[in-house]
Design a protein around this ligand. Structure first.
Ligand code: SF4
Ligand code: SF4
Length: 168
């Protein structure tokens, strides 16, 4: 049997004095620092291409949606937030969704849909705000999700750039 001999605590240690002094030192040092309160929403959070906001669908320069309703994002979504019904188009080879919904209340902004998409058709936008009066209004349909490619360009370039490491 191994007997572990504990160190005897001093009176100050038994009264937690070192911890109290350390805690008070941190508290008092903060008194003299500039407060960092953000006056939201007047002062919104800064965003950039790294921001992983709500997912949005890309509309190509020819006006067509880039999505071909392959369902990869729907399968990859861990929150089961995406619902797609595919449909045919008059354009050669291409398909496009007849219905593409994302339940924003389920979406956890993980970005798996962006990673899974083989057609560069869905990207995480810098849109972070989400508020409405009913749960149904927060299930975004295709019209609410569509964004011109130019609006998502910075994020598209950023994702392409970080994916370059897998291409070399
Ligand atoms: S960001 Fe994640 S949770 Fe949200 S729709 Fe895409 S895969 Fe689903
Ligand atoms: S993975 Fe891309 S192309 Fe396929 S359904 Fe999702 S958004 Fe559309």
């Amino acid at each position: 049997m191994v007997i572990i001999k504990r160190k005897e605590l001093s009176l100050a240690e038994r009264l937690y004095l070192p911890e109290i002094v350390r805690g008070l030192t941190v508290t008092f040092s903060k008194f003299f620092q500039k407060p960092i309160t953000r006056q939201y929403p007047e002062e919104p959070l800064p965003t950039n291409e790294v921001t992983r906001g709500q997912p949005r669908l890309v509309v190509k320069d020819d006006g067509n949606i880039a999505c071909v309703s392959c369902g990869m994002c729907e399968a990859a979504c861990p929150a089961y937030a995406i619902t797609i019904d595919g449909g045919e188009t008059d354009r050669a080879i291409e398909r496009e969704p007849k219905r593409f919904d994302i339940d924003m209340l389920r979406c956890i902004l993980c970005g798996f849909c962006e990673e899974a998409c083989p057609k560069d058709a869905i990207y995480m936008s810098d849109e972070l705000e989400l508020a409405d009066y009913s749960r149904a209004a927060l299930v975004y349909d295709m019209e609410k999700l569509k964004r011109p490619a130019s609006a998502l360009r910075k994020r598209m370039d950023y994702v392409n750039h970080i994916n370059d490491r897998w291409r070399t």
